[in-house]
Design a protein around this ligand. Structure first.
Ligand code: SF4
Ligand code: SF4
Length: 341
C-alpha cells in the first residue's frame, strides 16, 4: 500500500482529513525535547504516523450552553477511534503491524499537566494538516480548530506530507481566542494549561483529586452537604460518559474565524465576544508589538516556529473568505435561475 491508497482508505472509512508524518521527523522534533512525546518512546518499529481528523459539527458552537459541545465531542472521539482502528486492522491484514494510542490521554510523568505520550496537534502539523493558532490548538484551513485528531502508528514506510510553511492563524492582530478565554489562559503562541484546565476539564483528574483532598478534612455534616454538590454529580457524569473530563470549554474554538464552517455558520452568532476586556486588548497589543520587534517569545523561538508556520501569516483566511463568498454568490444565482425556469 502506498500513501495515496492509505489516504483513500481513511477517507472511505469516514475521516474528514488525512495526512502522513514520518516517524523519523517526529522523533527528531519532539514538541519539548526535555519530555519527548515521540513514536520511538512507544515503539522502536514505527516508520510512519497516519493522522486523521474529524471535525466537530458546527451546531454545537451555535448553542446557548456548553452542554452541546461537551457531549458531541465524545461522539466525535468514538467515531474517530473506530475509523482509526479499522484502518490499523486493514494495515495489519496487508502485512504491516499498526496501532493507535488514545487521542485524549494524559501521562502524569510528563510535566504534571495534560500531556499525552504523543501530541496529536504536533502530529497533525507534521502531517501537513494545519499550523498552530495563538492558543496552540492546531488550526486546519478547512475547519479551523474545531477538530479532533488521532494517529495510527504503523511499521509501513509511507511518503510523508510536507508541513504547511504558511501560518494559518491570523495571529496577534486577531487575538479573538485570547479575548474569549474565560480563564485568561492564552499566551503568545502558548497556553497556561493549568488555567485552561479549570474551564476545559471542569470535572477532570486534577479537579477530582483536589475535591477529595478537601473532602478528607471535612466534618460529617460538611461531607453530607458536599456529597450532594454539583461537583459530585459532574464526576458521576464523567465516569458515565466522559462528559466534563475534558473539552468542556468551547470558547476559543467557537470564535476562531479560520475555516469555511466559521464563514458559513458561526460568523453571525460568534462575531461579538462578551468576554473581551480592556486588559485582554492590552495583552494582545503587547503580543503584536513583541512580534513586530522580534522580541524573545518562547512560542516563536527557533524550535517552536516550525509548528506556527515559519513564513508567517500571508492572508490565508482572507483568501478563503473571498472564495467562500464567491461560491455562495454562485449558489444563490443558480438557485434564482432554477426558480425562474
Ligand atoms: S482566533 Fe485568531 S488569533 Fe486565535 S487562533 Fe484563531 S485566527 Fe489565530
Ligand atoms: S479551552 Fe477555554 S479555557 Fe482553555 S484556552 Fe480555550 S477558551 Fe481558554
Amino acid at each position: 500500500m502506498d500513501a495515496a491508497a492509505v489516504k483513500a482508505l481513511a477517507t472511505d472509512l469516514g475521516a474528514d482529513l488525512v495526512g502522513i508524518a514520518s516517524a523519523k521527523t517526529l522523533n527528531a522534533f519532539p514538541p519539548d525535547p526535555q519530555w519527548p512525546q515521540t513514536p520511538e518512546s512507544i515503539s522502536p518499529h514505527v516508520k510512519s504516523v497516519i493522522v486523521i481528523v474529524q471535525h466537530i459539527p458546527v451546531a454545537a458552537f451555535r448553542a446557548k450552553t456548553n452542554i452541546a459541545v461537551q457531549y458531541i465531542d465524545m461522539l466525535v472521539l468514538r467515531r474517530m477511534d473506530r475509523i482509526a482502528f479499522k484502518l490499523a486492522e486493514k494495515l495489519e491484514q496487508e502485512g504491516h503491524p499498526s496501532f493507535i494510542t488514545a487521542a485524549q490521554e494524559t501521562d502524569w510523568n510528563l510535566k504534571r499537566a495534560s500531556y499525552g505520550r504523543l501530541s496529536t496537534r504536533h502530529l497533525g502539523i507534521e502531517a501537513g494538516l494545519g499550523t498552530f493558532g495563538l492558543e496552540v490548538n492546531i488550526l486546519t484551513p478547512e475547519y479551523g480548530p474545531r477538530v479532533y485528531l488521532t494517529g495510527i502508528l504503523t511499521e509501513l514506510e509511507l511518503e510523508p506530507d510536507a508541513p504547511l510553511t504558511e501560518q494559518v492563524c491570523i495571529g496577534e492582530s486577531c487575538s479573538r481566542c485570547l479575548y474569549s478565554c474565560p480563564s485568561d489562559a492564552v499566551r503568545h503562541f502558548g497556553i497556561d494549561k493549568r488555567n485552561c484546565a479549570t474551564e476545559a476539564q471542569e470535572f477532570g483528574f486534577a479537579q477530582i483529586t483536589s475535591f477529595f483532598d478537601r473532602f478528607i478534612d471535612f466534618t460529617p455534616e460538611q461531607k453530607q452537604e458536599f456529597i450532594k454538590s454539583r461537583g459530585v454529580f459532574g464526576f458521576w457524569q464523567g465516569l458515565l460518559r466522559v462528559v466534563g473530563s475534558f473539552g468542556d470549554c468551547p470558547r476559543c474554538l467557537a470564535v476562531c474565524p479560520v475555516g469555511n464552517d466559521y464563514h458559513a455558520h458561526l460568523s453571525d452568532v460568534q462575531k461579538f465576544i462578551p468576554e473581551k476586556t480592556p486588559a485582554k486588548v492590552e495583552k494582545a497589543k503587547k503580543f503584536k508589538e513583541d512580534r513586530k520587534a522580534g522580541a524573545d517569545v518562547p512560542g516563536l523561538n527557533d524550535w517552536n516556529i516550525r509548528w506556527v508556520g515559519p513564513e508567517g501569516y500571508k492572508g490565508m483566511v482572507a483568501r478563503q473568505m473571498q472564495e467562500f463568498k464567491k461560491k455562495q454568490r454562485e449558489r444563490e444565482a443558480a438557485a434564482e435561475d432554477a426558480e425562474a425556469e
